[in-house]
Design a protein. Structure first.
Length: 159
């Protein structure tokens, strides 16, 4: 036994990808900090692959301008259908541009839908099975807002 584990158990753990980090709806600044930390974990292992799974939620964060305070406020709003493509493009561009990360070692996945928008960051070593998305509901269960300016009807009271 290895450290209290049978050899078969240790082999099973080694064959699973490692969930490095995950978060729900956050600002781009926070997302960049998580991405920086995530990509730094790849410097020692040139054979591993970065997997990022983005899940769209039933709600999203929207920046609404308040003319009284002359500031933007974050509000809970209906999501856009194109949200996954936008987020994954942002992640890809940030990683490739700021970290000069090998694009062949980066896999971005639209994971479908969960209750809340969320992102998972996985480290997959050579020979490991990649992570599989685990959505919790289907697109038909989501109400979307139209592209363009956020309207009052898009703002939700409860998130």
């Amino acid at each position: 036994m290895l450290g209290g584990q049978s050899p078969a158990s240790a082999q099973t753990q080694e064959s699973k990808p490692k969930l490095v980090d995950e978060f729900n709806q956050v600002t781009n600044g926070y997302a960049k900090a998580v991405i920086d930390n995530f990509i730094n974990q790849f410097s020692d292992d040139l054979t591993s692959t970065a997997y990022i799974i983005f899940y769209r939620g039933k709600t999203s964060n929207g920046q609404i301008y308040n003319p009284k305070t002359k500031e933007y406020e974050t509000k809970c709003v209906l999501p856009l259908k194109v949200q996954a493509a936008q987020k994954l493009k942002f992640y890809r561009n940030y990683i490739i541009t700021n970290h000069r990360f090998d694009e062949l070692r980066l896999v971005l996945i639209d994971g479908g839908y969960k209750e809340k928008e969320s992102t998972e960051f996985w480290l997959v070593s050579a020979g490991q099975e990649p992570p599989k998305p685990a959505p919790t509901f289907e697109e038909k269960d989501v109400k979307f807002r139209k592209k363009g300016k956020i309207r009052k009807s898009d703002i939700l009271k409860d998130c």
